[in-house]
Ligand binder design. Structure first.
Ligand SMILES: Cc1cc2nc3c(=O)[nH]c(=O)nc-3n(C[C@H](O)[C@H](O)[C@H](O)COP(=O)(O)O)c2cc1C
Length: 200
């Protein structure tokens, strides 16, 4: 699946895996629209963790196969308590394992990781000291994890003030997300196709 015709002169298509985590999607307003805004982008797979693993039992080999088949991994989630939702952390803890994400034989190197997050608070709260730290500081563990495992980190996409967004702000936010993802994907080097060992 990851490798098509090795003799082709066509540029390799960049494959994007959108790993989505929202613990209370039935009450979610912004994240469902974010998923919708990008779902039809070419070669993009949406993987809803809370739908796939309602009991938190992660199928690690399946997650490895999914990651290996993609070049760009996007973690999309609402910020909960200045962090990622717990199932996404569980997914990281279990599937980014030794011998796969790090250590001898690590296989994620050269891929790209981007976070796409929504916050309840507006930009000011993060940038003017209300929450003491900028949002980038709360995402620093993800950045460090990506870089430790040899992935390229790109600046997160952030939709601030999600709960208060009116229709116009919402539409602009969705257009901004779609265009950001297109730009990031266009800049990514497709590694999934270049490594026969990654074929699944
Ligand atoms: C339990 C909980 C914790 C939250 N913690 C934060 C937080 O630390 N910082 C913040 O800016 N917003 C926080 N929020 C607000 C959410 O980030 C916001 O509601 C969400 O991004 C909106 O997306 P949605 O409409 O898809 O749910 C929290 C919301 C909940 C329910």
């Amino acid at each position: 699946m990851a490798d098509s015709n090795p003799n082709s002169t066509e540029p390799a298509a960049v494959r994007t895996l959108l790993v989505f985590a929202h613990p209370a999607l039935e009450r979610g307003r912004v994240n469902p629209l974010m998923c919708e805004a990008v779902a039809d982008l070419p070669n993009l797979t949406v993987h809803d963790l809370y739908e796939a693993y309602p009991d938190f039992t992660i199928d690690v080999p399946a997650e490895h196969r999914l990651m290996l088949a993609h070049d760009l991994i996007v973690l999309q989630f609402p910020i909960y308590w200045f962090a990622m939702p717990s199932l996404l952390k569980e997914w990281l803890d279990l599937s980014w394992s030794r011998g796969f994400a790090f250590g001898q034989g690590a296989r994620l190197k050269g891929r790209t990781l981007m976070c796409a997050v929504s916050t309840g608070a507006n930009r000011d709260a993060y940038e003017n000291g209300v929450y003491r730290f900028p949002l980038a500081d709360f995402l620093a563990p993800v950045k460090q994890t990506a870089e430790y495992c040899g992935l390229n980190w790109v600046e997160p996409f952030v939709l601030h003030g999600a709960q208060a967004l009116e229709l116009e702000g919402m539409e602009k936010g969705m257009a901004r997300y779609r265009s950001r993802l297109q730009k990031v994907a266009a800049a990514v080097q497709p590694v999934a196709r270049r490594r026969p060992a990654d074929a699944i």
